[in-house]
Design a protein around this ligand. Structure first.
Ligand code: NAD
Length: 480
């Protein structure tokens, strides 16, 4: 097997796991095993958390000035940059992400995001003196690192979603225990290797592997100060229950079912070009995708035709080929789930306008990009997160109806507005109940908060707000 990671990274050392077991990662491209990684036991989580706690007090980490810490993290970024291409390939072979997306998000994006936070933290004062409002002295307001952070990540964008948590946490001076997803465990070891080469002090970054059981153990561990989770809403609810009981701060980036509102003045070529990423990025396995396309009744058929032509024209195939638009979905289980939704769509009376089956390939967990037209806003395929390349086109009467359909969702993570009038688009974007919305395109901005409302999550990542989440604030009152 090409990739073998037989030891865990705990307390700055590569160590055998206590479980003596390993997990195998199978590539969705050809359904063959591509790597093995050692599997952590609960006692390895104990070791990781205690190493992370100890590192909070190590002079070579705790005594660094903000600038020195940022310099060290810049060296970590340099190390990650040296194998960006290999790390991008590693994501693609694990989860089927088209290589162009992997290079951009998982290769270069990881490095760029870390550098964004090292630059930002240099500008943040760790202590401020404020004159008291009552005029009777001064208050010193301090930013103090939260402590040990547990970071639990899913398989769809494994490296960049890890960095969403790791970069601001480390920039703030926290220490981190990462639990990757079993489907994409391998890349976490490359992250650890880069941290090791960069000279991060022992215990600042630790990796524990495993499934939900190890995740649950980590979330509830007495030595953890904060939990950062990206994954499904169902798992997020369980984690927030535990954190609620423990009064442990938690950020949750969960699922979505975002709406693309196509206005009657929308330019169809712009729409079609934009939807390829804003609605189908990463084989439809991206949390913020606008998978409900709301079309004015008068333009419904035209929109369905254009979106169906887009879906039918995408190249489905080997995600390592730079010309491929759509690769396989991550696992056989995920394909079965998606296919069950496609069947629901067919049974619902909606019109199948593109796809609906598997492409003509002998191996790999592929699903054809699929488009349903004339979908009722109440159909399950219009309400539930499918997490695959399946789009629904829903007709609406007028703009108020479109906004009300968009907001009639348990989720609130992304969304897009398509119009020739950007001012009108901005106006409607303000009315959409969601953490993020794009006008005529959608792309996250590292400098701006990202996250959801309702069942899409709690808290925000990215931007200065994402860094602030890793500080506790302390006020010290002085009488003079
Ligand atoms: P998942 O919830 O099954 O697993 C995510 C991670 O959590 C994995 O590492 C898993 O092992 C771990 N885990 C599962 N249950 C746990 C528990 N009770 N306690 C602790 N850890 C636990 O999600 P998934 O199937 O890997 O990912 C797909 C989901 O993630 C989709 O619903 C998608 O929308 C969501 N997602 C959201 C965002 C976002 O930023 N909002 C980004 C990517 C994916």
């Amino acid at each position: 097997m090409k990739y073998r990671y037989e030891q865990l990274y705990l307390g700055g050392e590569w160590r055998n796991s206590a479980s003596g077991q390993s997990l195998t990662v199978v590539s969705p491209i050809d359904e063959t095993p591509i790597g093995v990684a050692t599997l952590a036991a609960p006692s390895d989580v104990d070791s990781a958390v205690s190493a992370a706690r100890a590192a909070l007090h190590l002079p070579e980490w705790a005594a660094l000035s903000t600038g020195e810490r940022a310099d060290l993290l810049d060296r970590f970024a340099d190390e990650l940059e040296k194998n960006s291409t290999e790390r991008a390939v590693l994501t693609t072979v694990q989860n089927g992400m088209p290589i162009g997306v992997s290079n951009w998000a998982e290769g270069d994006g990881v490095v760029g995001l870390l550098r964004y936070y090292t630059a930002l933290v240099r500008t943040v004062p760790m202590e401020e003196r404020r004159p008291r409002v009552d005029g009777m002295g001064t208050t010193v307001v301090r930013r103090e690192r939260v402590g040990v952070v547990a970071a639990i990540v899913p398989w769809n964008f494994p490296q960049i979603l890890t960095m969403f948590k790791l970069a601001p946490a480390l920039a703030a001076g926290c220490t981190v225990v990462i639990k990757p997803s079993p489907e994409t465990t391998l890349d976490a070891f490359e992250l650890a290797a880069a941290a090791d080469r960069a000279g991060l002090p022992p215990g600042v970054l630790n990796i524990v592997t495993g499934g939900p059981d190890i995740g649950e153990y980590l979330v509830a561990h007495p030595g953890v100060d904060k939990v950062c989770f990206t994954g499904s809403t169902a798992s997020g609810r369980k984690i927030s229950e535990v954190c609620g009981r423990l009064l442990r701060p938690v950020t949750l980036e969960l699922g979505g079912k975002s709406a693309a509102i196509v206005l009657d003045d929308a330019d169809l070529p712009t729409l079609v070009q934009g939807l390829a990423t804003s609605s189908l990025l990463n084989n439809g396995q991206t949390c913020f995708l606008s998978t409900r396309i709301l079309a004015p009744q008068a333009r419904h058929d035209e929109v369905v035709e254009a979106v169906a032509a887009l879906a039918a024209g995408l190249t489905v195939g080997d995600p390592l080929d730079p010309d491929t638009h759509v690769g396989p979905v991550v696992s056989q289980r995920q394909r079965e789930r998606i296919e069950a939704y496609i069947q629901l769509g067919k049974d619902s009376g909606a019109v199948l306008a593109a796809g609906g089956g598997r492409p003509d390939r002998d191996e790999g967990w592929f699903v054809q990009p699929t488009v349903f037209g004339g979908v009722s806003k109440d159909a399950r395929i219009a309400r539930e997160e499918i997490f695959g390349p399946v789009l629904t086109v829903i007709p609406y009467r007028d703009v108020n109806d479109a906004v009300s359909i968009a907001n009639d969702s348990e989720y609130g993570l992304g969304g897009t507005i398509w119009t020739s009038d950007v001012a009108k688009g901005l106006d409607i974007a303000r009315r959409v109940e969601s953490g993020t919305v794009g006008v005529n395109f959608y792309n996250l901005d590292y400098g701006a908060p990202f996250g959801g409302i309702k069942a899409s999550g709690l808290g925000r990542e990215l931007g200065p707000e994402g860094l602030a989440a890793f500080f506790n604030l302390k006020s010290i009152f002085l009488a003079e």
